[in-house]
Design a protein around this ligand. Structure first.
Ligand code: PGA
Length: 236
């Protein structure tokens, strides 16, 4: 595992974007695993900038996102589909039909989960998975639990996650209580993993996840077992 500590958020974003851009340049038809949240926004801005400068071409890329809220459809501004369209996809030349986000509106949740795993498998797995980390150590919405769950699943969000994400909603009551998330299998089978984080609170959970025991109580600790994982963070 490579742990790269940098000075500030801008450097986190620039280095992460450089890794993603390199992946796309070396393998134009790669499968990118993408993430939402505040942290990746700077990374996506850099990628948009480099696309506009003609440095990177996303026309053959497929993307598979980590998660989605249950009960929000893509037209809802708080949905992760909307986030991805708005913060990245609409600004680059990716084929929108090749961008996948779990379906938070599926009538049959279990079926939606197995279809998502099939989608990942049929794509040949993920080449580079971008991750943020929650204050509780979650990756995707794999919340602290008694076991690591391999497959895409529906999860009840922790109070701390609901509180942390309330900033994107008008009130905490509006935050969905459940989400559909890629499981640890999809993440751990990615050929490369890139986790980004910013701020003192995140530095503390990264230290726990990387230096403490591998335990589902700190979901990101499973990344200690990944053979090609890079963490880029700043304490700023
Ligand atoms: P954040 O979220 O980037 O908004 O801090 C990260 C996460 O919860 O995975």
């Amino acid at each position: 595992m490579r742990v790269i500590k940098v000075e500030n958020y801008n450097e986190v974003s620039e280095r992460a974007a450089a890794m993603i851009a390199s992946q796309v340049i070396l393998q134009p038809d790669c499968v990118l695993g993408l993430a939402t949240g505040s942290t990746p926004i700077g990374t996506y801005k850099k990628l948009i900038q480099w696309y506009n400068e003609g440095k990177v071409d996303f026309s053959e890329v497929m993307s598979i996102n980590l998660d989605e809220y249950i009960g929000l459809d893509g037209s809802s501004e708080q949905s992760y589909r909307y986030f991805m369209n708005h913060n990245l996809f609409e600004h680059i030349n990716i084929n929108i039909a090749k961008t996948f986000v779990p379906d938070g509106m599926a009538k049959n949740g279990e079926e939606a989960c197995s279809l998502y795993d099939e989608r990942i498998k049929n794509a040949g797995g993920i080449d580079l998975q971008l991750l943020g980390i929650g204050n509780n150590g979650h990756i995707g919405f794999n919340e602290p639990s008694d076991c690591f769950l391999e497959c895409t699943h529906i999860v009840e969000l922790e109070e701390s996650t609901i509180a942390a994400n309330a900033r994107f909603f008008r009130s905490e009551e509006e935050v969905p209580k459940a989400a559909i998330t890629m499981g640890m299998g999809g993440i751990m089978r990615a050929k490369k993993v890139l986790l980004i984080a910013n701020g003192a609170q995140k530095a503390a959970i990264i230290k726990k996840a990387m230096e403490g025991p591998v335990t589902p109580k700190i979901p990101a600790s499973i990344l200690q077992l990944h053979s090609d994982c890079t963490i880029i963070y700043s304490e700023e």
